[in-house]
Design a protein around this ligand. Structure first.
Ligand code: NI
Length: 250
C-alpha cells in the first residue's frame, strides 16, 4: 500500500492493523559513467514497493535526496547537510507519530546516509528521554536497513562480480536499476576498467581521486539478469526483516 495513492481514511484503517511504516531513503548523486543519478533512491524504492505488495506494508514517499556532499563535484548531484537531513527525518517521523505510527522501517540505498540517519534516530529518542515521556520499551522505534546488506546479497554480488563490484557505482546497484528500469540502461567505456579506491573527504578531493565518479568498481559488468537475482535475494531478506520488526512486541 502506497501512502501517495491512499486516502486518509485508508491510512486510518491501516493503523487499526499496523503501526509500522516503511520509508525508502536514498540519494541524488552521480553514479559513474553508466549509473543513474537516482540509483540510491531508485533501488530502495523499487524494493519497498515490492515489499508493500508482498506484505501489505504501508510505503511512505521516498526521501530521494540524502547526505551526498562528497559528490558535488559532479553535475546533477544534490546534497542535504547532515543537520538538514536530521531535521527532515525528525519532522517526517514526528508527523506520522501524531497519527499513531510507532515503528519506522527506513530502507536505505546510500552508505553516506548511515551516520546521519543514525544521528536522527538518537534525536528522536532524545525527545522522550529528555522529557517526561521516556518509555520502556520505547513507543517509537526506528530501524535502518541497507538493501545491499539484506541476507545473502553481498555474497551474491561477490559471486557475480568479484572485486569489480567496488564500493561506489557498484556493479550490483547499477544492475539493480537496469533490472528495475530497463528503458534507462546506459553504456560507457570504463577507463581504467576497475576504478581506484581511497578515502572520502570533500567534493573537490573526491573528484581528484575518483575522476569519473566510481570507487573500486567496473560497472560495465552490470546487467539486468544480475539485477534480477540481486533484487529477488534482497527482497527475500527484507520481507523477513520487516515482518520481524513490525511484529515483535517488546
Ligand atoms: Ni549508490
Amino acid at each position: 500500500m502506497e501512502l501517495r495513492f491512499s486516502t486518509w481514511q485508508e491510512v486510518e484503517r491501516y493503523l487499526e492493523t499496523s503501526k509500522t511504516i516503511v520509508l525508502p531513503i536514498g540519494s541524488t548523486e552521480q553514479h559513474g559513467p553508466n549509473g543513474l543519478i537516482g540509483t540510491d533512491a531508485l533501488c530502495p524504492e523499487a524494493l519497498a514497493l515490492e515489499l508493500g505488495k508482498e506484505t501489505g506494508a504501508l510505503i511512505a514517499p521516498t526521501i530521494s535526496v540524502g547526505m551526498a556532499q562528497h559528490h558535488l563535484g559532479f553535475p546533477g548531484s544534490i546534497t542535504l547537510r547532515p543537520s538538514t537531513l536530521i531535521q527532515v527525518i525528525l519532522d517526517m517521523v514526528n508527523s506520522l507519530v501524531q497519527h499513531g505510527f510507532e515503528r519506522f522501517y527506513f530502507l536505505n540505498g546510500h552508505g553516506g546516509n548511515i551516520a546521519t540517519v543514525s544521528a536522527a534516530f538518537s534525536e528522536i529518542y532524545a525527545q522522550s528521554s529528555l522529557g517526561t515521556q521516556a518509555a520502556e520499551p520505547p513507543k517509537v522505534r526506528c530501524l535502518l536497513r541497507n538493501w545491499w546488506e539484506a541476507d545473502g546479497v553481498m555474497k551474491l554480488s561477490r559471486e557475480l562480480f568479484g572485486e569489480a563490484d567496488g564500493s561506489h557505482a557498484t556493479c550490483g546497484e547499477v544492475s539493480l536499476t537496469q533490472y528495475a528500469y530497463p528503458e534507462s540502461i546506459k553504456s560507457a567505456e570504463m577507463n581504467p576498467p576497475i576504478a581506484p579506491t581511497g578515502p572520502i573527504y570533500d567534493a573537490a578531493d573526491y573528484r581528484r581521486r575518483f575522476p569519473d565518479g566510481r570507487i573500486g568498481s567496473n560497472p560495465s559488468l552490470a546487467n539486468p539478469d544480475a539485477g534480477k537475482a540481486l533484487f529477488e535475494m534482497a527482497l527475500r531478506g527484507i520481507v523477513l526483516d520487516y515482518t520481524r520488526f513490525s511484529s515483535v512486541k517488546s
